[in-house]
Structure formats: C-alpha cells, structure tokens
Write a protein that binds this ligand. Structure first.
Ligand code: ADP
Length: 396
C-alpha cells in the first residue's frame, strides 16, 4: 500500500510517498513560498532531485503540482493517483480533544478548527492542506496525526500550571507538549532494542534539533515533557529561549520600549543558541566557534548540554528510575560534542560514555559502555514513517 504523508506549514508543504510494505520512501519533496510565487523540489527513487519554479497562489495549487509530479512519466513514482491508499497529515495541535490519531471527517475538521487558537500559525495551515487533499483526492481516507496526542497521558501534576485554575478551565492553559510523534516512535523502538514489553520500561527521549524537547515515557506513555502550552518552553533551542522567568518579559518590554508581541518575537526568533552565541542557531557553527575560542559559543553549548542533563535527572525522578536514554533528531543524532557534554554529567546514574561509539553519527547505536547501569542510545527518528504507520492502521 502507498501512503502519502503531508506536513503543511503556512507557506510550505513537505511530502513523502511511503510504501507500507517495505517502509521505503518512493518519493519526497517540498513546496515553498506558497502564496508568494512558488517552488517545488521533488525527488523520486534514484532520480535526481529537481527544483521547479511554479505559480502557487494557494495550497490547492501546491497539492495539485505534488500529485502531478508523483504520477509524472519521467520523475514520478506511481502510474495513477488510484495507487495512493490514504493520506496522513501532521497536525500540530489536538488540544485535549484528540489523544490519538483519527480518521478525518467533518466533525474532526471542526474539532481541529476549534483548537486553532492554541496553534494559530500551524493548525489553520494543516486544515488547508487537509481540505486541498480532500478536494483533489475525493474518497481517499485522510488521517490526522497530532504532535500533542502522545502527551495526553500526562498526569495532572505534570500538566497543570501554577496559575489560577480558571485559566485552565476557561482557556485551556496547561502543558500540552509537542514532538509527540517522534517521542512515541523513538520510545517504541527503544523498548524493542531493550527486548522488553514497553509496559515494563522507563525511557527518556531527548529530541534535540532546531526545536528541542525531552519526554519521560513510562510504560509506553508520556508522563512529562519539556515543551508546554507552546513549543517555546523547556530547553533553550536554536532560536527559542526555552524556560525563563516570566517577569523578564515585562522588564525587557519596558527597558527596550517593545510591545508584548515584539518581546515574544525575540523569545521565539532571536533567543536560544542564536541569542546567547550571537553567532548562529546551528550547532555545527557553535561547535566550530567553540573550537576557535569563541566564548559565547562555548556558553551556548554548555547551557544546552547542562539543561539537557538537568531534565534527564528530573525525569529519572519523575519516573522513579530510568532504563534507557535516547538521543534523536538533528542534534541528538549528529552532535557528538553535545552528547558527550551532557552524558559526562550523568555519572550519578551509573552512566559512562563509550567514546568510540559516540564518535558515530546518524545511526542506531549504544553510546554507553557495557557496564553502565542505564543504556544510552542514538535512535534516529522518522516522523514521516511514524505518520505513515499511524495512517496505515486505519486502512490496513
Ligand atoms: P528541526 O527542529 O528543524 O526539525 P532538526 O532536527 O533537523 O531540526 O535539527 C537541525 C539541527 O541539527 C541543525 O541546526 C544542526 O545544528 C544540527 N545538525 C544537523 N546535521 C548535523 C550534522 N551533520 N552535524 C552536526 N549537527 C547537525
């Protein structure tokens, strides 16, 4: 069966066509600058990646081009659209309404729309993508896979904030958590590696990328995670501040003569690694800077590794133990220096780093020594495959 996975942003659309039997990627690509001018980068099988400048006034046009390329004689991967069994959509926010993936119907669309306030930049774009696919592929089942759903198992004590309870009741102010598809995928794989039923495991997943979050997964269920009401919380990230004292917002607005919206923009777009280093949000640049003796690059790297280790300690406490720690996503899979700086702080858990294994990147490998009390692994994430598997469950 062939499953099309769609990840729609406000002006972009990423896609992958996945063969559910082999779990291989038959074609993938990206539409950018939708509503501005439009560019489609597409690659199928062994064909070369190609970029086409196309007029894309809206997401309907982008989806049409994607379907056209997928069926193209030369650069396509399928003979006709009939081969697509289902479409899986990444949807950022499911609020408290959606605690698992769902087959999309009018009621589900309404449900996604009703929580759009919680993710005003993302959910409307996700809805547009769903509606465009429904229009161009009528009758093909569409499944919504939510970033937040996996975290709906968190206990109250982990998701309630210390603010007036009415804000939760009236406005849904609580911790939701994000990256759920990745945390679920990686923790399942980790349980397989441990060779134990997931119900008997305590796993900490460190999804470290440009956006980063850590999740405590006990018995296969999320029990706490670092992102919160929005993806701004938790670790300091590429450009996001992560946790700060909320009083800083008013203080800086006052000192710099900025509006609330302007301060929030600073916290989202020019804080984190970029803000601290003043050099870059990319960890490759930070590592190079640190090696060259740039002190602010060193501070940024150290605070990131320190915060990661601190949350690992907190989540070992939250679960009253930990069997395995996984590093995943762009930084977690590729950045040996960050992993080392973090793991060197974890000897209290009986963990020692296997330096040779840690020098590897992007492959599934244990990076703790044989005699460590807790296993530490690199487990590459694959959110598109996870979405395809969730989608298959409805049509398979
Ligand atoms: P996103 O949150 O946008 O999905 P990714 O998970 O793709 O982010 O991670 C992007 C980050 O991963 C980059 O900013 C970079 O710091 C890091 N990264 C990616 N590839 C490498 C690499 N080969 N070596 C070191 N760091 C890498």
């Amino acid at each position: 069966m062939k499953i099309l996975v769609i990840n729609c942003g406000s002006s972009s659309l990423k896609y992958q066509l996945i063969d559910s039997e082999t779990e291989g990627v038959l074609a993938k690509g990206l539409c950018e600058r939708i509503g501005i001018d439009g560019a489609l980068t597409h690659q199928a099988g062994a064909h070369e990646k190609k970029t086409y400048q196309l007029s894309m006034p809206d997401h309907d046009a982008a989806v049409s081009y994607v379907l056209e390329k997928l069926c193209d004689n030369e650069v396509g991967a399928i003979a006709s659209l009939d081969e697509i069994a289902a479409v899986g959509h990444r949807v950022v926010h499911g609020g408290e309404k959606f605690s698992s993936s769902v087959l999309i119907d009018d009621q589900v669309l309404e449900g996604i729309r009703s929580v759009s306030d919680l993710a005003p930049l993302h959910n409307p774009a996700n809805l547009i993508g769903i509606e465009a696919c429904s229009k161009l592929m009528p009758g093909v089942p569409q499944v919504a896979v939510f970033d937040t759903a996996f975290h709906q198992t968190m206990p109250e004590c982990a998701y309630i904030y210390g603010v007036p309870y009415e804000y939760y009741e009236k406005y849904g102010v609580r911790r939701y958590g994000f990256h759920g598809t990745s945390h679920s995928f990686v923790s399942k794989r980790m349980a397989e590696i441990l060779g134990r039923p997931i119900e008997d495991t305590k796993i900490i997943v460190c999804h470290l990328g440009n956006g980063s979050s850590i999740c405590a997964v006990q018995g296969g269920k999320s029990v706490d995670t670092t992102m919160g009401f929005t993806p701004l919380a938790g670790l300091s990230m590429g450009t996001r501040s992560g946790d700060i004292d909320p009083a800083i917002i008013e203080y800086i607005a006052d000192k710099e003569g900025k509006s609330l919206a302007e301060v929030m923009k600073v916290l989202n777009k020019s804080s984190g690694m970029l803000g601290v280093s003043g050099v870059s949000s990319d960890f490759r640049d930070l590592e190079a800077g640190m090696k060259d003796g740039n002190d602010r690059c060193r501070i940024a790297m150290e605070l990131f590794a320190y915060q990661t280790a601190k949350f690992i300690g907190a989540y070992a406490a939250a679960m009253n133990g930990v069997d395995a720690i996984c590093f995943t996503a762009g930084v977690g899979e590729n950045q040996a220096a960050i992993r080392k700086m973090c793991i060197d702080r974890l000897s209290f858990l009986g963990i020692t780093l296997d330096e040779a294994a840690n020098a590897k990147r992007g492959e599934e490998i244990r990076i703790s020594t044989e005699d460590s009390r807790v296993d530490v692994w690199i487990v590459p994430t694959n959110e598109e495959l996870a979405i395809a598997r969730e989608t298959l469950a409805f049509v398979g």
